[in-house]
Design a protein around this ligand. Structure first.
Ligand code: UDP
Length: 328
């Protein structure tokens, strides 16, 4: 049975990855410090003997007993509000956390895939974004802590590949959505759905003419699975090229939820990218991958999952106490 370490395991993407690799017959070791992760996302895996969990900050020295075949480094705050609230931890997990994961991969002779992001392109002047584009990032703006940590992460990962011959993979993830996103993390989809469910107006930032391209989580996980198992060490974009303005997106959510609330306009956050769409030519060619789930289908599933959340989660996200399960 192959053994894989997944950092950020209690997060949105990390927990979906744990599920997928358990389903594929892997032994999964999850790691998370629970700053932005939530153990409710992993609750169903704790009874399985193929699953273990460490409540651990990957930015400090990490030790995992036993062999490891693969590492997926997915630990990081990933919403603009999170990295505004915890900028230093964001910088540390992308830099020191990545270094620790690479060191562990080297020690275990494991293949490692690191989660990079479309944020490495900043506010892009090339559209759609190809992997060859170097980006347009403001290092000292509010997003700099995330963007630059991820750019450092890519550089560090390539250095381990070229200098140590480590087997490395780099995915650049574009906006992804689905069940288990944190309802109050400030990202646009949970923000709009949360507002609709609470009977609040939908807050569109700026004029809403900025664009994003939203990928359903199952499609992303499939892309990650394929990338991990191919032999391509350079960055690969994974995302859904179906681009939409944020205003159109708000209108879609109003239609989907049937809310009677209206759209209100708020100031555009500093350095908010004006456009974003992945060029996925490389993923198609190298991985034979392209997204399968339309936004209409994906949003329906996501809305159903959010609607089923208990009231206290809708109004306040609280961590439940799973201390008994956690190996410190
Ligand atoms: N946004 C918005 N209203 C909100 C939250 C976000 O209009 O309540 C906008 C935000 O300004 C950005 C887009 O939605 O242009 C996507 O924001 P998100 O935080 O989800 O992620 P980003 O793609 O900017 O990293």
């Amino acid at each position: 049975m192959p053994r894989i370490l997944i950092t950020g395991a209690a997060g949105f993407l990390g927990s979906h990855l744990c599920d997928r690799f358990i389903r594929e017959g892997y032994e999964v070791v999850g790691m998370d410090n629970l700053i932005t992760g939530d153990l409710r996302n992993l609750e169903h895996l704790f009874p399985l003997k193929q699953f273990t969990f460490y409540n651990k900050d990957v930015s400090t020295f990490i030790h995992v007993p036993g062999p490891l075949d693969y590492i997926l480094h997915f630990a990081s705050p990933a919403s603009p509000i999170d990295y505004l609230k915890i900028p230093i931890q964001t910088l540390k997990v992308g830099s020191l956390g990545t270094h620790n994961c690479l060191g562990l991969a080297k020690a275990k002779k494991a293949r490692i895939l690191v989660a990079s992001t479309s944020e490495v392109y900043g506010d892009p002047t090339v559209h759609p974004q190809t992997e060859e584009y170097w980006g347009n990032v403001n290092p000292v703006g509010p997003r700099g802590v995330y963007d630059e940590a991820k750019r450092f992460q890519e550089a560090m990962t390539m250095a381990y590949h070229t200098y140590h011959g480590l087997e490395t993979r780099i995915i650049r993830i574009f906006n992804t959505y689905g069940p288990r996103m944190r309802l109050n993390d400030g990202r646009v989809l949970p923000a709009f759905i949360g507002q609709a469910l609470r009977g609040e107006d939908l807050t569109v930032f700026g004029k809403g003419n900025q664009t994003r391209s939203f990928c359903y989580v199952d499609d992303l996980v499939e892309g990650i699975y394929r990338l991990l198992h191919c032999d391509y060490p350079y960055p690969v974009n994974i995302g859904n090229p179906d681009e939409i303005t944020i205003l159109q997106f708000a209108e879609e959510i109003i239609k989907l939820t049937g809310t009677k609330q209206k759209i209100v306009f708020k100031d555009l956050p500093k350095d908010d990218p004006t456009q974003r769409r992945p060029d996925i030519t490389k993923a198609k060619k190298i991985l034979g991958w392209e997204p399968k789930v339309s936004r209409a289908e994906g949003l329906k599933i996501t809305y159903a999952a959010f609607k089923a959340l208990p009231k206290e989660v809708l109004y306040k996200q609280e961590h439940r106490d799973f201390e008994g399960y956690i190996r410190k």
